[in-house]
Design a protein around this ligand. Structure first.
Ligand code: JFZ
Length: 428
């Protein structure tokens, strides 16, 4: 059984592991207070005090085609939008709630427009759906997760009412899967140690998902909680273990493998500044150079990078994010062969950078300027020829690093991580 699950997971995630780089979009009412998507919990904001954001929400500069063009130009191949975050506000026209974008001043189904625009650009599309719901009266904000601002009286009076919430949650997932065409990714978020798996009626949910959209890939957070990644980390995954692991704000030091040492599909989700949702005063943006290096690091460990943007209340991706995305795209246009379809090289990490690999092509990401020749220690005589990836120019490979050529020798390609021209190895 589990072998079948693993086999199906391998097939479903083939495109995903090839594509390597996606855009995460955290957007909702919280773009108005502009202090991150947890603002309601962090500041203990009551339903009543959160209501004005719903009343004034009107992102009249929302232009998902512009988002899609920016993602595509950045070299991203897929995108995931928050259809509903923890605050419960729906960016889609759910029949199961009034708490949705179509009932705000903007009156638009933001999810549908997102999907249309990104598909139009040829990107794969995914939706993030929060398992938590601070707005639903029957959601159990219990234990240390009581949100004092919440009036979840109904649940507190009668915990059995959690089932009412689960019907709602399952119903909304079904809406997303049946009313919006083919989706490529379902990104659930998240579980707690004592609220995961079957507590979400996860088997039933997964069976529904698979029957509606057999090829959709699902993250591991129906089961994963905090540090605990769930049974996807084992060679005996549950039906709701997910198709990929979702390390957050971290790139796993040695990639992710199961207890048999076999590589598991994974995607690191990383913010561009220090917030998922729009943070008006957060200017701690990563540089393009950092993003390129982190993307390379993920790929060198068989992983993906889902890079986040947090559009503002008007619907625009912050300019600081766009500038970084553009520069990353510039690099990928020249060096994308070292990222797409690539993975771990099977050689230990060189002193001067990282390797990625696709078949018999090895990509050397030179992260340090070298003094003299770049040492290809460990490759021995397997290097047949070397080229600078960005412009195709020849690089000399000198002894003792290539002596003899064999029929299946590796091609050696240098991906240029930055825009500097590094010194060619001397021919001696
Ligand atoms: C979750 C969300 O809470 C967050 O707002 C954002 O959407 C991110 C992508 O996902 O962040 C988490 C989820 C789980 C834990 C911590 C942060 N956890 O269990 O420790």
């Amino acid at each position: 059984m589990s072998q079948t699950l693993i086999q199906e997971r391998t097939e479903r995630t083939e495109w995903f592991l090839h594509d390597r780089f996606g855009m995460f979009i955290h957007w909702g009412l919280y773009a108005i207070p502009a202090r991150g998507e947890w603002v309601r919990s962090v500041e203990r904001i009551s339903n009543e005090d959160y209501q004005p954001y719903f009343d004034e929400f009107n992102p009249d500069r929302y232009d998902p085609k512009a988002w899609a063009k920016a993602a595509k130009a950045a070299g991203m191949k897929y995108a995931v939008l928050t259809a509903k975050h923890h605050d419960g506000f729906c960016l889609f026209d759910s029949k199961l709630t009034d708490y949705k974008s179509t009932n705000t001043a903007c009156g638009r189904d933001l999810v549908r427009e997102f999907l249309d625009a990104f598909r139009e650009e040829g990107l794969k599309v995914g939706l993030y759906y929060s398992l938590l719901d601070w707005h639903h009266p029957d959601y159990p904000a219990y234990g240390d997760r009581i949100h004092p601002m919440r009036d979840n009286e109904a649940y507190r009076r009668d915990p059995a009412r959690f089932g009412v919430y689960l019907d709602y949650m399952h119903g909304q997932v079904r809406e997303l899967l049946t009313e919006y065409g083919k989706l490529d990714i379902m990104w659930f978020d998240f579980s707690y140690d004592d609220l995961k798996g079957e507590k979400w009626r996860a088997t039933e949910l997964m069976e529904m998902i698979r029957s509606e959209q057999p090829y959709i890939i699902v993250d591991n957070r129906l089961e994963a909680s905090g540090e605990e990644g769930g049974s996807i980390y084992t060679d005996n995954p549950s039906i709701y273990s997910g198709d990929f692991a979702s390390p957050e704000q971290i790139i796993p030091p040695a990639g992710i493998t199961d207890n048999n040492g076999r590589s598991i599909p994974w995607e690191a989700c990383i913010t561009l500044n220090n917030n998922w949702g729009y943070g008006a005063s957060d200017h701690t943006y990563k540089t393009a150079k950092t993003v390129i290096r982190k993307l390379t690091e993920c790929v060198s460990k068989n992983g993906n990078l889902l890079l986040n943007v947090g559009p503002d209340a008007k619907g625009e991706i912050p300019l600081q994010s766009l500038v970084v995305l553009e520069e990353v795209g510039e690099w990928l246009r020249k060096n994308g062969d070292s990222i797409y379809g690539c993975g771990e090289a099977g050689f230990s990490k060189p002193e001067w950078g990282r390797y990625t690999r696709k078949g018999n092509k090895l990509y050397a990401h030179l992260l340090e300027e070298s003094v003299g020749p770049v040492n290809l220690a460990g490759l021995g005589d397997r290097v047949k020829s070397a080229r600078l990836l960005a412009d195709g120019s020849e690089l000399f490979v000198t002894r003792p690093w290539n002596a003899t050529l064999y029929p299946n020798d590796a091609f050696f390609n240098f991906a240029q991580p930055e825009h500097f021209t590094y010194p060619l190895p001397d021919e001696r």
